[in-house]
Design a binder for this molecule. Structure first.
Ligand SMILES: Nc1nc2c(ncn2[C@@H]2O[C@H](COP(=O)(O)OP(=O)(O)OP(=O)(O)O)[C@@H](O)[C@H]2O)c(=O)[nH]1
Length: 397
């Protein structure tokens, strides 16, 4: 590192600080993800690491310069790894990291003050980076979360960086012993002036790319999700239903849609306030979750309107799911701030027919649901072709 030219060191200093700034902005602007802050710290520290080499002359001795630059390099790679583990939701063993850091600092102390061999000094920081960034590369490639491509690219670039650090270690350790070998110096220069800076920059870009793609994915999810209930919003629900409908039509499988609208929801809001109204919506959708299968598509498609699309299900099956939901609504009233509230809803059920589109299918369920409202609410109407059947009347008959 100390052998790099001032131009290259200045360039790396600026690039490191720019990437640190970008990560800091990502932390500041996007919901403060911890990993963005750790990466910002990591790049800032590596920037200081390169910057310090520019001002080596200011240090009272070579030993102090090397000790300080080793410490900066260790901290930079540890913060990088910390950030990656935090992003992937992996446990962070702080005490283990502290022990490893102390160990590396002790090795640096010994090398710089008791065994000042230039090759060892050059090799220590890359050796630490080799192990820690190897760990980063592995977790990036194994624990894939979020945008796959961005993570695989970052994992591959980190792995190449690890290889370059390995080369630096081997070359640095052999420089002293092979002074006569000019080719060795040339190779060392090529790796440390060309390969390592290029991969360091690529690593920074891959980090920014990870942050950007994570954000894009979050925005995508937010655009299709209802924030209050966590269900699909109308747009998300229609997209999932479209996919299920195509699948069922291709496989000639049955499919049913249930629409449900809470009865007199306005009165709940007016009497108990919007906070309780929101709790009622969450409670209502939770009952749906409990009574449907994981693969069913659930969506909040209007204020107090919930829809379910069920593949491999006919209208009779859907009506029995609705019966379970109504049973739970009666048996398990909603509890709020010491009070209890029983909610009822009106349901419309429709089964997929040949040549149906999402719009025609949902429209039939909608009409059935409005019929249930017109029939006095707390009712289920099943749309059977052009007929509407009241399930409560049928079960009484
Ligand atoms: N608390 C809360 N209320 C909402 C939300 N979205 C819509 N609403 C309320 O839902 C109520 C819907 O009222 P209406 O459409 O008149 O229906 P209703 O009172 O349930 O009557 P019926 O459907 O005919 O039984 C309105 O008062 C909306 O303000 C929400 O996210 N939270």
């Amino acid at each position: 590192m100390a052998s790099m030219t001032p131009y290259l060191l200045s360039l790396l200093l600026v690039i490191a600080l720019v990437i640190a700034g970008a990560c800091f902005m990502a932390w500041h602007l996007f919901d403060r993800p911890r990993h963005a802050l750790f990466w910002s710290l990591s790049f800032a520290l590596s920037g200081f690491y390169y910057g310090m080499a520019l001002f080596q002359g200011l240090f009272s001795s070579e030993a102090w310069f090397w000790l300080s630059s080793h410490l900066l390099a260790f901290l930079a790679v540890f913060f990088a790894a910390w950030g990656h583990r935090a992003r992937l939701g992996l446990p962070i063993h702080k005490s283990l990291m502290l022990i490893a850091l102390l160990l590396m600092c002790s090795v640096s102390l010994i090398i710089n003050f008791f065994y000042p061999e230039p090759g060892l000094r050059e090799a220590l920081a890359p050796a630490c980076a080799l192990f820690v960034i190897m760990h980063v590369s592995l977790i990036l490639l194994v624990h894939v979360q979020g945008p796959r491509l961005a993570q695989y690219v970052a994992g591959a670039i980190h792995f190449l960086f690890v290889l370059s650090q390995g080369l630096i270690v081997v070359l640095a350790l052999n420089l002293g012993r092979a002074l006569s070998l000019e080719a060795m110096y040339e190779l060392y220069a090529l790796v440390s002036y060309g390969l390592v800076p290029a991969l360091y920059i690529a690593m920074g870009i891959s980090i920014i790319f990870l942050l950007a793609t994570d954000l894009a994915q979050r925005l995508n999810i937010m655009a299709l999700q209802d924030h209050l209930t966590g269900l699909h919003n109308r747009r998300g629900y229609l997209a999932v239903t479209e996919a299920l409908l195509k699948h069922c039509q291709q496989q000639e499988k049955s499919m049913a849609v249930v629409l449900a609208d809470i009865d007199h929801f306005k009165q709940i809001n007016d009497r108990y306030g919007h906070y309780v109204g929101d709790l009622a919506l969450q409670y209502f959708t939770q009952i749906f979750r409990e009574c449907t299968r994981e693969r069913d598509a659930l969506g909040r498609i209007g204020g107090e309107e919930v829809a379910v699309t069920m593949a491999n299900m006919d209208s009779a099956g859907a009506a029995s799911v609705v019966a379970r939901i109504r049973q739970k609504l009666k048996e398990k009233p909603m509890h709020y701030d010491g009070g209890k509230l029983t909610i009822s809803a009106s349901f419309g059920v429709a089964q997929l027919q040949e040549d149906d589109s999402v719009a025609t299918l949902i429209n039939r369920a909608d009409m059935a649901m409005y019929e249930a409202k017109a029939a006095g609410r707390d009712a289920v109407i099943v749309s059977e072709g052009s007929e509407l059947m009241d399930m409560d009347m049928l079960s009484k008959a």
